[in-house]
Ligand binder design. Sequence first.
Ligand SMILES: Cc1cc2nc3c(=O)[nH]c(=O)nc-3n(C[C@H](O)[C@H](O)[C@H](O)COP(=O)(O)OP(=O)(O)OC[C@H]3O[C@@H](n4cnc5c(N)ncnc54)[C@H](O)[C@@H]3O)c2cc1C
Length: 410
Amino acid sequence: MSTVQRDIVIIGCGIFGAAIAWALGRRGMGHRVLIVDRQPAGSGATSRAAGLVTQVRTDPALQALAGETLAAIASLKSHFDEDVGCHAVGALHIGTLAQRPALEAMLAVCTAAGIQGQWQDKRQVLNQAPWLDAGAFDLATFFPDECYVDPYLLSSAYLRRAQQMGAVLRLGTGVAQITHDAGVVTGVALNDGTVLPARTVVNAAGAWSNLLSAPLGLPLPMAPVRSQYWITERASEFSPTGPIVFMTDIRAYARPEVGALLFGARESAPAVADPRELPEELQGYVFDAADPHGWANLAQAFDSLARYFPGIERTGIAHYITGPSNYTPDGQPIVGAFAAISGLLVASGCNGSGITYSAGVGRLIAELIGGETPFVNASRMDPARALHIDPFDPAFLQACAHARATKSTG
Ligand SMILES: Cc1cc2nc3c(=O)[nH]c(=O)nc-3n(C[C@H](O)[C@H](O)[C@H](O)COP(=O)(O)OP(=O)(O)OC[C@H]3O[C@@H](n4cnc5c(N)ncnc54)[C@H](O)[C@@H]3O)c2cc1C
């Protein structure tokens, strides 16, 4: 079958597009799949992620998406010897006495869902993460199955498997528009004028998804909000095998990074972009010209971070990584089919967790395309849940930024 005859077109080869292609391949539909990206595969938000894969969440559907990714990582290793840079170091959630009810509730929800977790005493915590200050926290829970991966390697592994099962990747030319007729999707038109007919189109264009969806009268309730993290210089107190640490009261996290510490701290007013102003190539893109490297945000979080991690006062910052994550005001991803245009599906609205959700999103979209019963209740992820919004309205953009500012660490 030549590329133009393929009847399932996936727009975007970030981690969502690649995971969807693999899931379709596993259901015997690989030979029908064409993935189109105007940039190199995995070069959008995916290659910028911190790579945390965290199943410890209160929402059962989101837990299930994450669980699917953990299973996929294991399967990629055991069946295909794919090394995705997985560090199965577990995650500590630490807090003060005020966080006891929240920590207790999370532990109870996760235990009920079969996710391993336990209280951890302070001495053990300090053995695991000697960079922490003993006086900063009172309580800790530990979830041994949480991990972090290299997001680019995971995305590439999904893509490689998908290609082995027949999917074809077409790079270099972007999709200009999704075409439809009488309520049925007909394909995509590329920027060079090529028309690719298709019976199914999946919009997995990341931060740019609304540029294709809104013109159809199907605005997606999300906006690209600045995500960012910093990596310190190397120091002996950072064990390469130490756990991920969520500092719940200050909504910050940290994990080892080749002898250094990678950390993120949520800011009170995150920068948000109008998606129409995002360049196709993110390299060098600055969300906020007044604070291009996030120093103002770091300064804002510095005192609370220094309480947990006094070494920050003497350890230099070696790297700063930033990129867009699509936040939704309700915190739910946007995954599913549009009733208004049959054959059109979308996978976006990652809320900073697209690596974590990736294989689950892939499976869900493939099940919907294949007419199977979805493995999760995805009703809250409905792409058409807010068709009244203007996704470019500054007030809406701020609502999405607020969603990041108030997101919990779990
Ligand atoms: C700094 C940072 C840290 C993060 N940390 C984590 C983390 O620790 N854990 C986690 O789970 N998630 C994390 N995330 C979120 C995660 O990176 C995203 O959720 C995920 O990468 C989204 O994948 P995607 O495939 O939707 O988007 P992308 O990777 O951006 O892919 C979209 C693709 O679509 C293509 N495209 C767009 N428009 C068109 C068009 N018109 N035609 C053709 N192609 C098009 C783009 O070129 C791009 O390749 C982080 C994000 C950032 C920025």
